[in-house]
Write a protein that binds this ligand. Structure first.
Ligand code: GDP
Ligand code: MN
Length: 396
């Protein structure tokens, strides 16, 4: 779950990370009222879940009511990289002496938390990483050991911040670490983390992504879930309770089980195609779930073919096949479908599907065959298929 800046700052504040006082508003009138309460100068900030708002003109300083009204009116309704601005965050402006970058995320390879800190903040961190990787001080934190104050201090010193920022930065980073761990976040990023002209360290921006699977521990996260920005397909899937992730390709993917769904996405890539999505329909064989999955897939205008990859386990092949047949009768589908059905009672399942086969509905004997056929039906592979033995998939 990605948070808006104002939600990220609320999240930070709960862990004691200093942020500027502010208010969420939806109109120029509300913006002025908030600014009068907060005191000038204020910053008018577009609330969209995309970086680079400043460069796009979505962040403006205002010295008085007139300016606040003008900026609010021009930023509301603005399109920033495809995101329409519908809300503004008005906050008390800070006097900036220096802008830094700080974040925690997971390093999957190292199986540890990764902290990044840089004296070159306020700019795109990917750019810093590309131009001047030495300007980013990294630490790996063992989740069991945690981050000690002495280690945090060494990290801050290594990053080469202004010595006046050291104490404040250590304090903020220890709190940021707590927020990251206790808040079950996937990412916490402050860019810029500022040193003010009067020597304070404060979060001027907030990028937070929370683990949606932790909502049971944090019931209050439901309000964040309610404001999630989803594309139409993701909304449709969410309404139907499906595990769906939208991707950019042409082959719609339906599989049972997250592992198989990921493997299906991989194999579509392997044979030179591009998956349109990840979709796990879970266990069971209900026609409702399959129909819902097909509805979501067909709502994606990019989809040119559909690959249904089912491995019967506890759920038997004939139950799955009956579910598919019923669902196909209920959903209008333009794209051709390739089904791979294997596992428990796969033969009975295929017999049930056979009378329904046509040019628009094919059965494939293996996962690899099914992927190749689905990619072909979607318009063919984009590049050469990797040589046999290269990826290991040929032996399946
Ligand atoms: P982003 O462009 O989407 O990352 O939005 P930020 O919230 O990071 O703001 C972008 C830039 O606007 C910051 O790096 C600052 O230079 C500037 N800015 C934001 N808030 C303030 C403020 O309170 N005072 C001043 N002087 N500049 C600000
Ligand atoms: Mn920023």
């Amino acid at each position: 779950m990605d948070l808006f800046e104002y939600q990220g700052k609320e999240f930070f504040a709960q862990y004691g990370i200093p942020v500027s006082p502010g208010a969420l508003v939806h109109s120029p009138d509300e913006a002025v009222a908030a600014a009068e309460r907060l005191g000038y100068p204020v910053v008018v900030k577009a609330q969209v879940q995309v970086g680079g708002r400043g460069k796009a003109g979505g962040i403006k300083l205002a010295a008085d009511a007139d300016e606040t009204r003008r900026h609010a009116a021009s930023i509301l309704g603005m399109d920033i990289k495809g995101h329409r601005v519908e809300q503004l965050w008005i906050e008390r402006a800070s006097d900036i002496a220096a802008e830094y970058y700080a974040s925690f995320t997971l390093d999957r390879l190292a199986k540890q938390y990764l902290g990044m800190l840089s004296a070159r903040g306020g700019v795109d961190i990917e750019q810093v990483a590309a131009e001047d990787p030495g300007a980013i001080a990294r630490i790996l934190v063992d989740p069991v050991e945690g981050l000690s104050e002495p280690r945090c201090r060494e990290w801050v010193v290594a990053a080469g911040l202004d010595p006046a920022a050291t104490e404040g930065a250590v304090e903020v980073l220890l709190k940021l670490y707590r927020a990251y761990v206790d808040g079950d976040a996937d990412l916490v990023e402050i860019n810029p983390l500022i040193l003010t002209t009067d020597g304070r360290v404060r979060a001027l921006d907030a990028k937070v992504s929370l683990d949606a699977n932790s909502v049971f521990r944090h019931p209050e996260y439901k309000t964040y879930d309610a404001t999630q920005v989803r594309d139409a397909r993701e909304r449709a899937a969410h309404e139907r309770g499906l595990q769906y992730v939208g991707l950019e390709g042409e082959v719609g993917v339906i599989a049972n089980g997250a592992g198989l769904a990921m493997a299906t996405v991989d194999i579509v890539h392997q044979v030179g195609g591009r998956p349109a999505n990840f979709l796990d329909i879970g266990g069971g064989a209900s026609a409702d779930v399959m129909a819902g999955a097909l509805e979501v897939i067909t709502s994606d205008p990019n989809v040119r073919s559909i690959l249904i990859n089912i491995f019967g386990g506890i759920t038997k092949g004939e139950e799955v096949a009956n579910g598919i047949v019923t669902a196909l009768g209920r959903v209008e589908i333009d794209a051709p479908i390739v089904i791979r059905l294997d596992g428990t009672n796969a033969d009975q399942g295929r017999e049930i599907l056979r009378p329904h086969l046509s040019e628009r509905l094919e059965l494939a004997p293996t996962m690899l065959d099914a992927a190749r056929r689905a990619v072909e039906l979607a318009g063919g592979a984009r590049g050469a298929e990797p040589a046999p033995g290269g990826g290991g998939g040929e032996r399946r």
